[in-house]
Design a protein around this ligand. Structure first.
Ligand SMILES: [Zn+2]
Length: 276
């Protein structure tokens, strides 16, 4: 009798959410992570401060699809950053914005292109797909898609040192990443090391495949993966056509938004170091 009552108390303790810091409490009560117009106003502020060009998919309308760039034609190196291709992954979008606001001098002095939110309709509605029900991260080689054609046009002719696509995963139990890289070039594990104190690395399998300390690495065999997942992802297209290394970073959706955003910021600090 005594033993069972102790067990009940233990479970009660385990299931209570305690120990939130003041900063986290304020953040969770005040973030506007699905407010696309608010986000885009902040991005326009980043562009002004960093002296970056702003491109819109449709300049005539009040589009919320923006790209910020300071790339010069024909330049080599530089960084490609994107978030929000899946609309139900808000920490990726928030993290990219927070990182940019904290790194204006970097953005002034390094070649960078940023796609702050590739699926604004999805973010507004908390949906993975776009308004036509398409998973944009499975059709990144389809030029008949207006968004895809627009991204292709903006990066035509560029070779990036590194591309980073930011995501979240509802099934994950920790942070992990997909690393598409040239042989002998490894960044994934050291990037995760910078943030695993905030959220630990995912252990075990991802989509049926074993990860190595949270890193799913490929140097070839991409065609087979594209077939398996049912279409070309953004990072795959970038690796095949534009980037030496293409990283897809994932935070676990069921952790605190506050911590997930912090992980994206730290991840981007690491990516910026590669591009310095
Ligand atoms: Zn995603």
């Amino acid at each position: 009798m005594l033993f069972s009552s102790i067990r009940v108390d233990l479970f009660a303790t385990l299931c209570e959410a305690k120990g939130m810091t003041q900063n986290e409490r304020v953040y969770m009560a005040s973030h506007r992570c699905h407010d696309v117009d608010f986000l885009m106003r902040r991005w326009r502020g980043v562009a002004r401060q960093a002296g970056m060009r702003v491109d819109g998919l449709d300049a005539a309308s009040q589009t919320t699809l923006l790209a910020l760039s300071n790339l010069e034609k024909g330049s080599e190196g530089g960084i490609y950053l994107s978030a929000g291709i899946h609309g139900d992954e808000p920490a990726a979008v928030q993290g990219l914005l927070q990182w940019a606001e904290e790194n204006i001098p970097f953005l002034r002095n390094h070649p960078v292109i940023i796609f702050p939110c590739l699926n604004p309709w999805g973010l507004r509605n908390n949906m993975r797909e776009d308004e036509e029900g398409k998973d944009l991260n499975r059709c990144f080689d389809q030029l008949e898609n207006e968004l895809v054609a627009w991204v292709h046009r903006l990066i035509e002719g560029y070779r990036f040192q590194v591309a980073a696509c930011l995501h979240e995963d509802f099934d994950a139990k920790g942070v992990y990443l997909y690393e598409l890289a040239r042989r002998g070039e490894h960044f994934g594990s050291s990037l995760l090391k910078k943030l695993e104190k905030i959220i630990p690395r995912h252990r075990g399998r991802v989509d049926g495949r074993e990860s190595r300390d949270g890193v799913m690495r490929r140097t070839r065999g991409l065609k087979k993966i594209v077939e398996e997942i049912g279409g070309m992802p953004e990072a795959g297209y970038l690796f095949l056509n534009h980037a030496r290394t293409a990283l897809t970073f994932e935070t676990p959706s069921e952790y605190s938004l506050y911590r997930r955003v912090q992980c994206h910021v730290r991840f981007l600090n690491g990516v910026a170091d590669i591009g310095r």
